[in-house]
Design a protein around this ligand. Structure first.
Ligand SMILES: Nc1ncnc2c1ncn2[C@@H]1O[C@H](COP(=O)(O)OP(=O)(O)OP(=O)(O)O)[C@@H](O)[C@H]1O
Ligand SMILES: [Mg+2]
Length: 251
């Protein structure tokens, strides 16, 4: 069964100046463990599409048409409370700038521990901390025990993004939404984070929706690729086919 199914999804922003149709009649599905890359020009609706699935849109945005199904179950009408549960256990998100995603006043270990507590409230302090160390090791942070006590400013951008990924993984998500997770990093770090995403997909079997502007990134990790244009999911399919299209049409 598909882990995620989106059918005919349309999302608009309603401002005083009028309606902005950010996502128009988008349909796609995601298989368990699959990496789907979404590309497209700036402003074409990639982030709004993901945020509308996890329901992290501002109040002025409304889902106008369509359905969202998670593991076959319709979640379109879920309340904020129900969504919080889903976001803590089935969906996780990582965004472009790791430094804004981390709390500068808390050790990274404490931040990961908080995510672990939300997911598994039954764990003792000790077990929770063991899980924190395990997660830091999983995302490739050396000397995890020592690092857990440090603050975000002790970390480079790439290391900070690894910590953000550790927080996202605390939920043991079925779907990870990664909105340009490597854009703020230098090329070497980008490579490392992508290699990590691939490794995690293998190990944990989670599906990933990865938004990127970088065709090199996309080519490296995508099982399938999608191209958005002006709010529409214009093309979706085999990565190579989509690339040919991108190159041919000069996107
Ligand atoms: N808070 C908002 N209020 C009004 N319109 C918005 C808001 N957020 C996004 N939009 C509109 O929705 C459309 C899609 O925006 P979105 O952020 O999804 O683009 P994107 O494809 O993620 O672009 P980028 O590659 O630059 O991140 C844009 O036209 C934008 O103007
Ligand atoms: Mg965006």
């Amino acid at each position: 069964m598909d882990v995620l199914t989106v059918k005919d999804l349309s999302v608009s922003f309603y401002r005083e100046s009028g309606e902005i149709e950010a996502v128009k009649h988008v349909s796609f599905s995601l298989r368990p463990g699959e990496i789907l890359v979404i590309m497209g020009d700036t402003g074409c609706g990639k982030s709004v599409l993901c945020k509308s699935i996890v329901k992290l849109l501002p109040d002025i945005a409304k889902i106008k048409t369509g359905q969202i199904l998670f593991q076959g179950k319709e979640i379109t009408g879920y309340s904020e409370k129900e969504m919080q549960k889903l976001r803590g256990a089935s969906f996780s998100m990582i965004f472009q700038n790791p430094m804004t995603a981390l709390n500068p006043c808390m050790s990274v270990g404490a931040q990961i521990a908080e995510a672990v507590r939300l997911r598994s409230p039954e764990l003792s302090r000790r077990e929770r901390w063991d899980r924190v160390i395990e997660l830091l090791e999983l995302v490739g942070i050396d000397r995890a025990k020592e690092r857990a006590g440090q603050y975000p400013f002790h970390f480079s951008g790439g290391m900070a993004q690894r910590c953000v990924i550790a927080i996202a993984l605390a939920a043991d998500p079925a779907v990870l939404f990664a909105d340009e997770p490597t854009t703020s990093l230098d090329e070497g770090m980008q490579e490392q984070i992508l290699a990590l995403l691939l490794e995690l997909r293998e190990k944990l079997g989670m599906a990933v929706i990865l938004i990127t502007h970088n065709p090199k990134v996309a080519a490296r990790v995508a099982d399938r690729a999608a191209l958005m244009r002006d709010g529409e999911l214009y093309r979706i399919g085999d990565t190579e086919e989509i690339f040919e299209e991108i190159i041919y049409n000069n996107y």
